[in-house]
Design a protein around this ligand. Structure first.
Ligand code: SF4
Length: 329
């Protein structure tokens, strides 16, 4: 698709995926790319071989309901009450489908109030006063090299009515406001918008210099440790996306695909590396381990059979499970 008419993409992506499957294409999404670069072994276990699954979470149920409500608001010009009603219904259904019986189910009413506040905070009229909507939930399925494609959805693309500049927006639900110095240090996470910008520009033959990118961070709370301080605020975070940054992101995507599919190497995040990327050993010759990157991992602690202290466990798992890749299926 090369025209810039307003599109809504779920059906378009389904058709693309069906055809891609017939053609034997493989893809990588941004979340897979991010996962691999945070911990290759986690990618191997949860995605590539699919030996484990992430547990459902109230945050996922919430984020999906907020995104769906915003999408519907823009596509169908929903007023505030309809937008909130849509969110409430979707969030309740998500929770009933995935979280019934879990301790976090009891937090649903708190999240419900926070979600309604987020939807009241976004001033859609003001946002669309200066911009026309180009695309909502636009699918990307763009060639990288060989048989590999980049897959993603862009939340919102706008075009400024007077300057003609494009703005790519990504909605991020968050517990509290981003602390920018930490976010800006997460180089891989920030590559998302650079990749979306590049592949969207290429899909539509638009010059990269005419596109801006921005995160809209939708914060539930003002203070995580003290919810009594009230609801959070909307935070707009404009991102830099110079050509050199886009090139760095593309190079890392190519390297990631090579590691997964050609080299078949899935390094563990917990091993400490030196400046040349080599694993460091302690005095007795055992690999040095730092568990900080493992904080939110189900396999943390060194006792889980799917992530022990063996450096080459990825090779063992690949051999045991006959390396049937799930990625891109
Ligand atoms: S425990 Fe750490 S090293 Fe092991 S898979 Fe999880 S993040 Fe990776």
């Amino acid at each position: 698709m090369t025209s810039l008419e307003k599109v809504s993409g779920k059906k378009e992506m389904m058709a693309i995926m069906e055809q891609a499957k017939k053609d034997g294409k493989k893809h990588i999404s941004f979340s897979e790319f991010d996962l691999f670069n945070k911990c290759g072994h986690k990618h191997l276990v949860f995605k590539h071989l699919a030996l484990e699954t992430e547990p459902p979470s109230i945050h996922l149920a919430f984020g999906d309901a907020i995104h769906a409500s915003i999408e519907r608001t823009i596509e169908d010009s929903l007023g505030l009450q309809n937008r909130i009603d849509f969110f409430r219904e979707r969030f309740r259904k998500n929770m009933d489908d995935t979280m019934k019986g879990e301790p976090a189910y009891s937090e649903m009413d708190d999240f419900m109030g926070q979600g309604c506040n987020i939807l009241s905070m976004i001033d859609f009229e003001a946002l669309l006063r200066d911009y026309e909507v180009v695309a909502v939930e636009e699918p990307l399925y763009q060639h990288i090299y060989g048989n590999f494609y980049f897959k993603g959805f862009i939340d919102l693309v706008l075009k400024h009515k007077t300057t003609g500049r494009y703005l790519i927006l990504d909605w991020k639900t968050s517990t509290v406001a981003w602390i920018l110095k930490y976010k800006l240090a997460d180089v891989v996470f920030l590559m998302q918008m650079k990749l979306y910008k590049y592949f969207w520009a290429r899909k539509h033959d638009v010059n990269l210099s005419k596109i801006d990118v921005k995160y809209m961070v939708l914060n539930r709370l003002a203070d995580k440790k003290n919810p009594k301080k009230g609801y959070g605020e909307l935070q707009e975070v404009s991102m830099t996306s110079a050509q050199s940054e886009v090139r760095d992101a593309l190079e890392l995507v190519a390297k990631t695909i090579k590691s997964i599919h050609l080299d078949k190497k899935f390094p563990k995040a917990k091993f400490v590396l030196d400046e040349y990327g080599r694993i460091q050993n302690d005095k007795s010759g055992r690999p040095l381990v730092d568990d900080k990157p493992c904080m939110f991992c189900k396999l943390k602690g060194g006792k889980h059979p799917l992530c022990n202290s063996n450096i080459d466990q990825d090779q063992t798992l690949l051999a045991e499970h006959a390396a049937v890749p799930k990625m891109g299926k």
